[in-house]
Design a protein around this ligand. Structure first.
Ligand SMILES: [Zn+2]
Ligand SMILES: [Zn+2]
Length: 260
């Protein structure tokens, strides 16, 4: 729902994605305007099961207050699990104190603090693991693994379940490919083109080429890139940089949906 980085641009929203697993909705990051994007994409406000916030930079969470408020107005009563760094607890307390007193649903905040992948959320159809990323501030990635049921196993004893991983924002680091090993689909930020590697390193972000190298080392099935700097205008060139390393790359635009 959002493929821009921090600076506002007219045709891209900041980070937000929805994973729809058999009708269960999992929101990953919630940049400004996410609730409008949810409307455009026909996602129900009340059916979101859990929200995963990678870090406390505005382009990943400024949409949260509006969304929580709308969930309340739509009569949500089901508890809402929200995962994020410890500091997100203060942000949510601020919301509850000033805007949430009439809300009829409980916000269950879960502070993340892992140093390596750790299962944080278990749902009927999948498990979610969090793992630390290499950003300027405390930041987490998320991996979603489909639960293999008896029905799957009966149909195909080799079936391993589908998987998706979300890595934003991050500079490359050695452990990351092993933590997202073998995922069907990897989302990895590609804030800068290859020639801006210095800037990427300085700001704890990745280039297109670094995102592709991570996908290659991880043995991912497909790579989706996003979180583009507002300076990027040539998306074909950015995509080519990735595809020269990892051919199965797609450059996401707002509103895209991927089925797997
Ligand atoms: Zn960001
Ligand atoms: Zn950031």
């Amino acid at each position: 729902m959002g493929t821009a980085s921090a600076m506002p641009i007219s045709d891209r929203n900041p980070s937000a994605q929805m994973l729809n697993a058999n009708g269960r909705l999992f929101l990953i990051d919630c940049g400004e305007g996410t609730q409008q994007q949810m409307r455009r994409c026909h996602f129900s406000f009340v059916r979101v099961e859990a929200i995963f916030i990678s870090h406390i930079h505005g382009d990943h969470l400024f949409g949260l207050f509006g969304l929580l408020n709308s969930m309340a107005m739509y009569g949500r009563v089901a508890p809402l699990d929200i995962y994020g760094p410890q500091a997100l607890g203060s942000v949510l307390n601020f919301y509850s104190a000033f805007f949430g007193s009439d809300d009829n649903f409980e916000i269950r905040f879960h502070a993340l603090s892992c140093k390596e992948p750790e299962v944080v959320h278990t749902s009927k159809c999948l498990t979610v693991s969090a793992f630390p990323l290499n950003h300027k501030i405390e930041c987490y990635g998320f991996r979603f693994d489909e639960t293999v049921t008896d029905r799957h196993a009966e149909a195909n004893p080799e079936y391993k379940g589908k998987s998706y991983a979300y890595c934003s924002d991050t500079a490359p680091f050695p452990e990351l490919p092993s933590w997202v090993k073998g995922v069907n689909v990897l989302y990895h930020e590609a804030t800068y083109p290859r020639e801006m590697a210095d800037k990427a390193e300085h700001r704890f972000h990745s280039t297109s080429e670094q995102a592709a190298r991570c996908a290659l080392k991880a043995g991912a099935g497909k790579l989706i890139i996003g979180h583009y700097s507002s300076r990027i205008t040539d998306f074909d060139a950015l995509l080519e940089e990735c595809r020269s390393v990892f051919p199965e790359t797609v450059a996401a635009s707002d509103g895209d949906s991927f089925e797997f």
